[in-house]
Design a protein around this ligand. Structure first.
Ligand code: FES
Length: 129
């Protein structure tokens, strides 16, 4: 997607070129899946939780560059956070952490916000189990 990359800032391009925490996680405590109905792109977020705090996070995303960069930075942002703090991370916070997304790509960060919510609710379901 060269023409798309041209409109991304350096932070986004860095996460695209060097995605952090990409790949499946063995025995996660919670898995969240999100799909963007507009384009069909998907994200899976894996979390490991200890004493109410997210100690590890990984992702698998099939989507545009903005979705991959959003996923990558999200794993960095939620690591070390409590469940409550992680739930407060909105798509806007993610887009801001990336230094902004091109106007047509702003919605892509919603995928990561949804995946956090889904992973946490999966974790809570497993605990209630
Ligand atoms: S175009 Fe689908 S998430 Fe970005």
């Amino acid at each position: 997607m060269p023409e798309e990359r041209g409109s991304y800032n350096q932070i986004v391009i860095d996460h695209l070129k060097h995605p952090r925490n990409m790949g499946e996680m063995e025995s996660p405590d919670g898995v969240g899946e999100a799909e963007n109905p507009a384009c069909g792109d998907t994200m899976r977020l894996f979390i490991k939780v200890e004493a109410g705090r997210i100690i590890d996070a990984r992702f698998l995303t099939f989507g545009c560059g903005a979705a991959i960069a959003s996923s990558s930075i999200t794993t960095e942002m939620i690591k070390g956070k409590t469940i409550e703090e992680a739930l407060m991370i909105s798509d806007q916070v993610i887009a801001d952490a990336l230094g902004g997304l091109p106007p047509t790509k702003v919605h892509c960060s919603i995928l990561a916000e949804k995946a956090i919510n889904e992973a946490v609710s999966d974790y809570q379901k497993r605990r209630a189990g």
